[in-house]
Structures are given as C-alpha cells and as structure tokens.
Design a protein around this ligand. Structure first.
Ligand SMILES: [Zn+2]
Length: 407
C-alpha cells in the first residue's frame, strides 16, 4: 500500500449512503496539512455509513424541532434589547445561508441584527449584486470588513504554497469576525448559520448550540499561524508589521467571556436545509442564483460570490480526492434531493473539472506562474489517491466505481 499524506486513512472508503469518502478532513481551519501529522477525518460507523449521514438521520428522527425552536425563542428573549442597540451579530456574505439567518432573526424572531461580512478575495458580479440586495431589499444593516489586500494576497499565496489551502486565511477571518466585532460593539450574542460539523466536522459539535472557543485561546498573537507560518516569521521575512494583522487576531476566550459573548449556530435550533435557505433568500432578500453552474460542480447557488472560490475546491480534490461536486452531491443526497446513483454520476461528470474561468486572475492574485501552480499542486498529490498515466493524473478510487460495485 502506498503512503498516505497528511495522516489520511491509507484505504479509501466511500460512505454507503452518500458520496463522501473517509478522506474528508474534519475541520478546514485546524487541519495542519503537514505530511504524516495526525489529524481527524470524518468518522465512519461499522455499517459503512459516515457521521454526517448518521447525523441527518438523528435530525430527521430523534430531534424535537419544536423544543429546539422554543429554545431559540427563549435565547432571543434573553438577548433582545429595546434600547436601540444591536443585540445580535450575524456574520455572512449575503449568500443564501446568511441571508436566511439574518432575515429570519430580524423579521420572525424580532431581533436587531448587525450583519458583518469578511470580504471575499474578489467579488463576482453576482456575488456583489446579492450582497447589495441582501441589504437593500432584505432591510438589514451591514458592516463590510475588507482586510489589507496586500497582506491578504500574501497570506493566500503562502497558504497555497505551504498548505495547498489558499482559503485558510479567509476561513480564519470569517470565523473570528463575528465574536471579534461583537466584543467591540458590546453585543453579547453572535449567530452563525449552520454548524459546518453537519458536513462531517466533529460530529459531537452538532449536539451543542455554541461554538468551541478553544480556537480563541491564543496567548501571544505572534504565535498565530496563518498560511502555514507564524506571524512572528512573516514579520521577520517581510515588511508587514503586527498592526497589519489586526483583523486576523481573534479576541481571547477569556476576553469573550468577560464581555459575555456567546457564539451560537442557528442550525442547532432550526432544521437546516440548504435548498430551503435558497428559496427563502430568493423570496425575502432578492437573492439570485448564477446563470451558469460553478466550475467543478453542477450547482448554481452555493458559494458564488468569490472569483477564486473554485480553487478552494480544486485543492480539496487534489489533497483528499474530494471536489466540489462531491460536497454538493453528498449534501443533496442527505437531504433526499437526489439518489446516491445520481450523485455519483454528477461526481463523475464534474468533480475533476479544472477551474479555467478565473485561472489567470487567480495566478495574478497569488503571484505565481502557471508552472509554479502545477508544481505546487503535484507536490500535494498523495500516492494513495493519485496515479500518473502519461501526463495525466487519475484518481485511484472513485465513487462511481464504488457505485458500480454496489449496483
Ligand atoms: Zn454519508
């Protein structure tokens, strides 16, 4: 058996129910991407079914959603303010999920939210339009935080070269913007939409309503790792200074506690269905899907606001054999929108598609040549996932072969 990089399970197993494999990392933020380093991947039960599918079952059968909604109403009653101040911070981009979360919190549950946005690397036209509609048509307040573009480009480049994870700095920013601005504005409640755990992160997180603030336990900001390097090292090697990193430095867990800030997920309280969020956002905040499908998948309405988003999924394909169509199909199978058979055909058709449309722009953004791009990518192809046939790289295990075996 060939060596598996990043401590991935050496044998690829596909979930019997959806199309996800056991190579799926359990967290996109904490994953270190270093060869041989221990990390967590999605759990599989003895029945060959993944944790995310099992959670979906729990969601359908054994959670009392009326009780959960009652708990949400209680939570809102506890935090609602009548002094004109904001009472909840809602992070998001104006995509379908944050549009749903913010609109329903304001107009159904009577809260006064401030939505906060960590800017995409490069807005798409449709993304910017949806962002505007969210505020103009949806009737919500927003603060757009755009980090120092020169630093963010540098971090994205480092994250690509060192980790093949160009979205890592963005994900970090998105994760800390809520608690960070809540503490600054004296708002005690932060509401994120869905807990990504639902898609195979630590599954236990699905059973608690709040975000683990371990992430925020950093004693020295110089030790924060961004793009695979400590801030300390970056400052040594470049002309950036610590002040440039302000938006990437999370408030400490202790500070959040002293300010009574709590971070919750709406997906804990309301039965989450991405397609329903889409319908809701269309109706209430003027959300529009794209006119064409996103490269690497068949869908038109999720994560469409960033021109380099497809490179995030291209790198997950390279590192884990899991591209965007796999993520989309797995989610839709779990929500009973498509069958596993249909899902595996969609994966076959779209998962390995190279994102051509914004390739040049992406290369410019991260200041790499095409050769440097491919050289980097190929360094991260684990031999247990990929084999080379002439000039072409092929996945050794695919879900459509697995599906044939089951048929
Ligand atoms: Zn599954």
């Amino acid at each position: 058996m060939s060596d598996a990089f990043f401590g991935l399970p050496p044998e690829v197993i596909f979930c019997k129910r959806c199309v996800i494999s056991n190579q799926r990392p359990s967290s996109t933020v904490e994953f270190k991407h270093a060869k041989g380093e221990k990390k967590l991947t999605i759990g599989f039960d003895n029945d060959g079914v993944c944790d995310a599918c099992h959670y979906q079952e729990t969601k359908a059968d054994s959670i009392n959603w009326e009780d959960r909604e009652a708990a949400l109403v209680e939570l809102c009653d506890r935090y609602r303010r009548s002094d004109g101040n904001y009472d909840v911070i809602i992070p998001g981009s104006g995509g379908k999920d944050s549009a749903f979360t913010s609109h329903i919190m304001k107009y159904k549950y009577g809260m006064n939210p401030l939505t906060v946005t960590w800017a995409p690397h490069k807005y798409t036209a449709i993304g910017w339009k949806n962002f505007e509609n969210w505020i103009h048509e949806g009737g919500l307040d927003n603060m757009l935080l755009t980090p120092n573009g020169r630093l963010h480009r540098y971090l994205t480049q480092q994250a690509f070269v060192n980790l093949l994870h160009p979205f890592q700095p963005f994900i970090v920013g998105q994760r800390i913007i809520g608690p960070s601005l809540a503490a600054k504005f004296g708002v005690e409640l932060v509401m994120y939409g869905e807990n990504q755990a639902e898609y195979g992160n630590n599954v236990d997180d699905n059973y608690i309503p709040t975000m683990d603030t371990k992430f925020f336990s950093i004693s020295d900001p110089l030790d924060i790792v961004l793009g695979g390097k400590k801030i300390r090292e970056i400052i040594d090697e470049t002309d950036f200074t610590l002040t440039d990193f302000a938006p990437y430095i999370p408030p400490s867990a202790e500070y959040l506690k002293s300010k009574d800030v709590e971070v919750h997920y709406l997906g804990y309280y309301l039965k989450w269905d991405p397609q329903e969020c889409y319908y809701y956002a269309t109706e209430h905040t003027g959300f529009q899907s794209n006119t064409e499908r996103t490269e690497g998948t068949y869908s038109k309405y999720s994560s469409i606001d960033d021109r380099i988003d497809m490179f995030h999924y291209y790198t997950t394909l390279v590192k884990f054999g899991i591209g965007r169509a796999t993520y989309d199909a797995a989610q839709e199978i779990r929500n009973n929108k498509i069958t596993r058979e249909e899902g595996s055909q969609l994966v076959k058709k779209f998962d390995e598609e190279f994102p051509k449309k914004y390739f040049k722009e992406f290369l410019e953004y991260i200041s790499l040549t095409e050769e440097q791009f491919h050289e980097t990518v190929d360094k991260f192809r684990s031999p247990h996932l990929w084999e080379k046939d002439g000039d072409e790289w092929n996945l050794k295990s695919t879900v459509w072969h697995d599906q044939k075996r089951l048929d």
